[in-house]
Design a protein around this ligand. Structure first.
Ligand SMILES: [Zn+2]
Length: 226
């Protein structure tokens, strides 16, 4: 397991199953009953790290809750005006620690909100643009006030549209990584060069395409036009 990105020291739990970890295991089972045993073990190991008294960064931005729900307001408050947006920097600015982790391939990201501590983990073995989206997705749950004790973001959410909260977190992630004004500006300067735009914003070409369609900059239902 890796925890080099934590920004705080992690103390291993003293026994395999102290009461606190058992409580987390129960939350995990409730939050993600569909996880395979290996994935659950990885997520639980990650969650157990909080037992070591991890602290979270002090929030650097203070926004009213309606502004806090809008990615562009948050970016404005932090002063990020150019792509690519670094979701880890945004997370830390709103007071969430971020850590890379060797999760099972089925798990893209994890958000743990527990007793005032806030932590996002992302799968370090996934491609970078996916890691970025995973962090932004978990950040979405926090900023939108969903406040789950634990969110497990799956790499393949069974092909379905997911819950309302999952869809909202994905929409937040897309707006955070591909803010409307930045995309319009880049699109205006460089036009329909999908690979270039995706690289510029640090997202997959598919995510970029969906965003272009959302913003009315592309109209074809598939990426075939490029
Ligand atoms: Zn989620």
């Amino acid at each position: 397991m890796s925890h080099k990105d934590f920004g705080f020291s992690v103390v291993k739990p003293e026994s395999d199953d102290p009461p606190r970890n058992a409580a987390l295991a129960a939350v995990l089972l409730r939050a993600a009953p569909y996880l395979n045993p290996e994935a659950r073990r990885h997520v639980r190991a990650f969650c157990d790290c909080l037992s070591g008294g991890a602290s979270t960064p002090q929030a650097a931005v203070d926004l009213p809750s309606d502004e806090f729900r809008r990615p562009e307001s948050i970016l404005d408050a932090i002063g990020i005006r150019q792509p690519p947006v670094d979701p880890k920097m945004v997370a830390r600015a709103v007071g969430i620690a971020v850590a890379e982790w060797d999760f099972d391939d089925a798990v893209s990201g994890v958000l743990l909100l527990d007793e005032g501590r806030r932590l996002i983990g992302y799968n370090r073995n996934h491609p970078e643009c996916r890691q970025r989206f995973s962090v932004a997705h978990e950040l979405g749950h926090y900023c939108l006030g969903h406040n789950p004790t634990l969110d497990v973001y799956l790499a393949d959410p069974m092909g379905g549209p997911g819950t309302v909260f999952e869809r909202q977190a994905n929409a937040f992630a897309a707006e955070l990584l591909m803010p409307r004004l930045m995309v319009r500006k880049s699109f205006g300067r460089f036009g329909e060069d999908l690979p270039w735009l995706a690289r510029e914003f640090g997202v997959s070409q598919q995510a970029m395409w969906i965003r272009l369609v959302e913003l009315g900059l592309a109209t074809e239902p598939t990426m075939g036009a490029f």
